[in-house]
Design a protein around this ligand. Sequence first.
Ligand code: KIV
Length: 272
Amino acid sequence: MSVAKKDYKRITTKSLIEMKSNGEKISMLTAYDYTMAKIVDSAGIDAILVGDSASNVMAGHETTLPITLDQMIYHASSVVRAVDRALVIVDLPFGTYQSDPKEALRSSIRIMKESGAHAVKLEGGSEIKDSIKRILNAGIPVMGHLGLTPQSIYKFGTYTVRAKEEAEAEKLLEDAKMLEKIGCFAVVLEKIPSALAKKVAESISIPVIGIGAGSGVDGQVLVLHDMIGMTHEFSPRFLRRYMNLYDDMSKAIGNYVSDVKSQDFPNANEQY
Ligand code: KIV
């Protein structure tokens, strides 16, 4: 079903909540640098997530755990400089909010002050409730993240679908209700059964943005480098690739190498 889109000049947390109540689906992608963020924002995305997936995509780490607060601020400030319209949300990296609410607030304040971003995202439910409340009390908008939470990969042991069992599904639903109640503006649900994600989206009034959570939610998020096919080792079922840039770029770079070697490049028109 297509829904008439309202023309938003600048997306705020309130715009996303309004989209949910109007039945307009929310589009979100990650970005980590100025050039990509400029393209993503100009193409009309609603929200940009400066995800800690930068740890994998930009730095080549196996997990999201190693990325630091300084590195996230560097990525986020590059993105913020590029963006005219989208809401920019930044992940609090592992180890900067779990130990106590004061540290969570200090980390969030650094992100907001030093990058100019509009909101932060944290992974977890009841375990980090006090930290989320503390951040919200300082006037900083918070997006929750439940289901597969990659910062806990060593607890889960795998990146497979979460909340298939009833007890975990029930806790997830309770956590989502709690996030809404304490004042989060949205929640990401990652890699959970679509029926559960739909139930969560129908049970709370704040937007639910899914990744591998099916079509019954209020919006979708993907990692930019995966959806444009710059990465190619990672092919989960939920990923739709809109381009195959890995192959296109490899071909272009291969052509450049052979043009340099054969002295075809630069030609007479490509020099001074
Ligand atoms: O870090 C990230 O890119 C994320 C998305 C997968 C939601 O948290």
